[in-house]
Design a protein around this ligand. Structure first.
Ligand SMILES: NC(=O)c1ccc[n+]([C@@H]2O[C@H](COP(=O)([O-])OP(=O)(O)OC[C@H]3O[C@@H](n4cnc5c(N)ncnc54)[C@H](O)[C@@H]3O)[C@@H](O)[C@H]2O)c1
Length: 332
């Protein structure tokens, strides 16, 4: 009998494919039982690429018997699939944002807490990029002093590379803030290490004919005195140079991460160092983290609470934009 962890991937689109690649590189520790994918053509491609089995429903893959479910479905299906997996006593690697509303995300969080010893994590996968983990280490060592402010900026294509369901509120619960920007919110929370006190935000639909936002701006004040900004958009127009940039200003120096791969550290005495890291491997690092957590009966690096905290800020951004006022986080 095999002692390998039996993994099932739910949804074989963009994110599901990354997860399959990651677990396929871990054949000593895991067995990929199959992928649940309703698009037959897509399913056949995945069967041919990964030599796995395609199931045409969530339930049929769960019935095949799993230890770990990886959920990479449209946002309106994350909660149901997650609850069914917890009911079947499966560990969970859940895609962000854990549901298509904060209420749904909290429902999943409550079910996880009731479930006892299961390992559950949220796929804030960019935390596993080397440039960001090195930035986090630097901040924790404290050589640059306390953080004063963090500024996150992204501009990604909003064309057919974004799945169509993202642009419908009914299926996504929100546009670029929940599909992309929630990673930035999570990163800010991770780096700052404090709770958000208040949020002022604005979301807008500027270039797409849709009912969710294609652009977002937010200002977050933290209980420890830091503040952070996020500005992001995914327009319908061509984006010739997509980018993401994270700037962390500390008392004794500055950290800049460009496109998740280039790390620049500038100290106040003028010393500058730049390192480039390969953009590959973060999905596999995440997969290894959840598998090790299961094997060692410990928590995964990213917790369900982290997922809720990032979603609470996103919710406050929407509410601030709707009400045209600053939102006190104790009200969210
Ligand atoms: N962590 C990341 O970096 C990252 C990147 C992209 C997307 N995501 C997240 O991953 C999730 C999926 O996003 P995506 O971009 O991969 O979307 P996608 O549309 O590319 O993939 C979803 C797949 O699920 C399939 N599907 C839909 N309903 C199904 C059902 N009932 N049963 C089986 N298959 C079904 C679709 O056919 C599609 O192939 C979302 O939560 C999204 O926010 C995360």
């Amino acid at each position: 009998m095999s002692n390998k962890i039996r993994v099932g991937v739910f949804g074989g689109g963009g994110a599901g494919h990354h997860h399959l690649e990651a677990f396929a590189n871990m054949s000593e520790e895991v067995e990929i039982v199959g992928v649940a994918e309703i698009n037959q053509t897509r399913g056949e491609q995945l069967v041919s690429e990964f030599g796995t089995t395609c199931y045409n429903s969530v339930d049929s893959l769960i019935s095949a018997g799993l230890d770990l479910g990886v959920v990479a479905l449209p946002h309106d299906q994350l909660l149901d699939c997650g609850l069914n997996l917890l009911n079947a006593n499966c560990h969970l690697l859940m895609e962000k944002p854990m549901g298509n509303s904060l209420v749904e995300a909290k429902t999943l969080w409550a079910a996880y807490r009731d479930a006892g010893d299961l390992v559950c994590t949220v796929s804030f996968v960019h935390r596993y990029r080397t440039a960001f983990s090195k930035a986090s280490e630097l901040l924790q060592h404290g050589e640059l002093g306390d953080i004063v402010s963090i500024h996150e900026h992204f501009r990604f294509p909003g064309d057919s590379r974004v799945p169509q369901w993202v642009w419908r509120h009914e299926s996504s619960g929100g546009g670029v803030l929940l599909y992309s920007g929630i990673h930035n919110l999570d990163r800010i929370l991770w780096f700052v290490g404090s709770h958000a006190a208040s949020v002022t935000g604005i979301v807008g639909t500027h270039s797409h004919d849709v009912d969710v936002e294609d652009g977002v701006g937010a200002l977050i004040q933290f209980e420890n005195g830091c503040y952070a900004t996020v500005v992001g958009n995914q327009p319908s127009s061509v984006v010739p140079s997509p980018f993401s940039r994270t700037e962390v200003y500390c008392r004794q120096g500055t950290i800049i991460v460009s496109n998740g791969t280039e790390l620049t550290v500038v100290s106040n005495d003028g010393e500058v160092s730049t390192q480039n890291f390969e953009p590959v491997g973060h999905f596999e690092q995440q997969a290894r983290n959840v598998v090790n957590a299961i094997l060692n009966s410990e928590s995964a690096f990213v917790t369900m609470e982290d997922g809720i905290e990032a979603y609470r800020i996103a919710e406050a951004v929407y509410e601030s934009s709707r009400a045209n006022k600053t939102i006190n986080m104790s009200d969210v």
